[in-house]
Design a protein around this ligand. Structure first.
Ligand code: MN
Length: 267
């Protein structure tokens, strides 16, 4: 990434999945303003657990709430996409993208469901270093502001020298921070709960989604670190190929590559 012009502050795009009015977003804005210029482009309404969805089948409405605070009635990934490719939102390409602070942990398998992380991933996929922040839902956010500033400043610095685009997932612990640990993604398995109900018209419907099942998270994972009171910093991969299953893929591919039976080729 190019060094920002001498004397200029980094330009920071800020988004989240809890919506433009969320407390965590505005605390992170204050934290980021100590590092650079901040433009918010966030969802108009809560978009938690929307993962990396983008909206292709309806128009996206925009509200300018105040200077440099915008909302889009779409997903977190929509917000990042629009902020980067519709010129009115940002004066130039941002130096880093921040997402959060989410009201709730994003640990373990949550990386697949989280809109907070997906917004950061959308930026990283497009070559912009991105940092996602999450905290327990009812934690006092105020003490986290200076930590978020320090992490953002360090990230903006180190991203300048990274060979590829970094994507980091930060989780704050519940209560006072004992320190910071670099971690890997744990499992954080959720209960497979389904609650069937009957609506007032007599039709059945379902609620899905359970609580985290208390498990023994191994040492070195994100969930283990926050359980011990540490801030967890996890580097996430953008490369999805799993070489462990190269052989499985080969066995599947073999079904179509037996000598003597090439009839499928002509179809
Ligand atoms: Mn959320």
């Amino acid at each position: 990434m190019a060094e920002p012009a001498h004397g200029s502050r980094p330009l920071i795009l800020l988004t989240n999945d809890d919506g433009v009015h969320a407390r965590g977003l505005h605390l992170l804005r204050q934290a980021a303003l100590a590092v650079g210029d901040v433009v918010i482009v966030a969802p108009t309404r809560e978009q938690s657990a929307q993962s990396h969805a983008i909206t292709l089948d309806r128009p996206l409405r925009h509200i300018e709430h105040e200077k440099d605070v915008h909302s889009i009635d779409g997903t977190p990934a929509d917000c990042v996409y629009l902020a980067l490719y519709e010129r009115r939102f940002l004066p130039r390409k941002p130096d880093i993208v921040l997402s959060g602070i989410n009201a709730g942990y994003n640990l373990g398998t949550s990386v697949f469901y989280s809109g907070t992380i997906a917004a950061a991933r959308e930026a990283a996929l497009r070559g912009i270093p991105a940092l996602a922040f999450s905290a327990p839902p009812d934690v006092d956010l105020a003490p986290l502001q200076t930590i978020a500033t320090d992490l953002t400043r360090a990230f903006a610095q180190s991203a300048l020298h990274a060979a590829t685009t970094p994507l980091l997932n930060v989780n704050f612990p519940n209560g006072p921070c004992q320190g910071v640990r670099v971690t890997r993604v744990g499992r954080q398995v959720y209960d497979e709960r389904v609650i069937p109900r009957i609506d007032p018209n007599g039709r059945e419907y379902f609620w899905i989604g359970g609580r985290v099942t208390e498990g023994n998270e191994p040492e070195g994972t994100d969930a283990h670190a926050v359980m011990l009171g540490y801030v967890s910093v996890t580097p996430l991969a953008l490369e999805s190929t799993n070489v462990e299953h190269w052989e499985t893929a080969g066995q599947v591919a073999n079904a179509l590559s037996h000598e003597g039976d090439k009839s499928w080729l002509e179809r």
